[in-house]
Design a protein around this ligand. Structure first.
Ligand code: SF4
Length: 315
């Protein structure tokens, strides 16, 4: 999948700037976070309005379910990433704090409630994600389509979807793409060597690449996007191989952020990369050909997604 003969610029990255972490020490972890991951935002601010609206409309967000460190900042700025298809996932990923197990029936009015929230928040760019629903015949693709249609009708906003791989769901991707999202995001999450550890036995690296390539084949004008969490034990060479593989699939936008252990049971952090290392990797990714790159310790796939989309969609 990668062209290992490609010519890449030689870079020197710090090798000892991260902090070693013992596994499953969430309490200690928060005390031992390096200074660049400590956030100084005070509770309060404007985030309560966003929280109230989401609660009033009975919606889920990945901001809360994934314990995102940027929630106060994003919600204070009246932006959130909606998570549809319930709050229970059918995949056993080791990095994610979304509950796993028995799923519930689809809420048929959820697309309209997401649209209402997006409208009342005044969103110009709406990011919609979901849990993985291997139990549904179409993986939830039609529910995604309905949500995109409803949000667009209510807001006229650009739409970004962050989707599961829909593996084994014949026709699901085409069904979703019929709604013509502006940005199609599927996260790679980690390098192939760590896929089984990080994403579990039900996810495979080639499926990720194929989904991103297929989305572009179905809708050549869509911007495709993918992201990785760093600090799980990946090497720089492995990252460069993944960058090359993503570019081969025509991926336009890339996000790189620090993995943070969300619960005591989740995978431990192997290393905290300093901001300079993220900057270097981001510059390298740009030089390799990605049109938009966000790289930093607190970057998440939906962090400042509107900025990336606005810059990338006008290119
Ligand atoms: S970065 Fe994304 S997931 Fe995190 S709080 Fe912001 S919008 Fe939510």
């Amino acid at each position: 999948m990668s062209d290992n003969t490609r010519q890449l610029p030689v870079i020197t990255l710090p090798t000892d700037a991260g902090l070693a972490m013992a596994p499953n020490e969430l309490g200690q972890q928060s005390r031992r976070l390096p200074p660049w991951l400590r956030r100084n935002l005070e509770p309060g601010g404007g985030h309560g309005e966003t929280a109230s609206l989401i609660a009033e409309l009975g919606l889920e967000t990945v901001c809360s379910s994934a314990k995102c460190p940027n929630r106060l900042e994003c919600w204070s700025a009246r932006t959130a990433t909606f998570m549809i298809l319930g709050n229970v996932c059918t995949r056993p990923c080791g990095f994610c704090s979304v509950p796993k197990g028995k799923t519930e029936a689809l809420e048929l009015d959820e697309p309209l409630r997401v649209a209402e929230a997006a409208k009342r928040l005044g969103l110009k760019h709406v990011v919609i994600t979901s849990v993985t629903r291997d139990d549904l015949a179409d993986g939830g693709a039609d529910h995604f389509r309905q949500t995109i249609d409803a949000v667009r009708a209510a807001t006229g906003a650009t739409i970004e979807v962050l989707v599961p791989d829909f593996i084994g769901k014949e026709g699901a991707l085409a069904q979703l793409m019929a709604a013509k999202p502006d940005v199609f995001n599927h996260n790679t999450e980690t390098v192939p060597r760590l896929y089984r550890t990080v994403r579990g036995r039900k996810s495979h690296y080639p499926w990720t690449l194929k989904l991103l390539a297929d989305a572009k084949k179905i809708m050549p004008t869509v911007k495709t996007k993918s992201g990785l969490m760093l600090g799980l034990g990946e090497t720089h060479d492995e990252l460069l191989d993944v960058f090359a593989d993503l570019l081969e699939q025509g991926v336009d936008f890339l996000t790189l952020g620090q993995y943070l252990q969300p619960t005591l049971e989740s995978l431990a952090v192997e290393r905290y990369l300093p901001p300079e290392e993220f900057e270097t990797l981001g510059a390298l990714a740009r030089s390799m050909g990605f049109k938009q790159v966000a790289s930093g310790p607190l970057v998440r796939s939906s962090y400042h997604a509107r900025d990336m989309a606005e810059n990338g969609l006008v290119e």
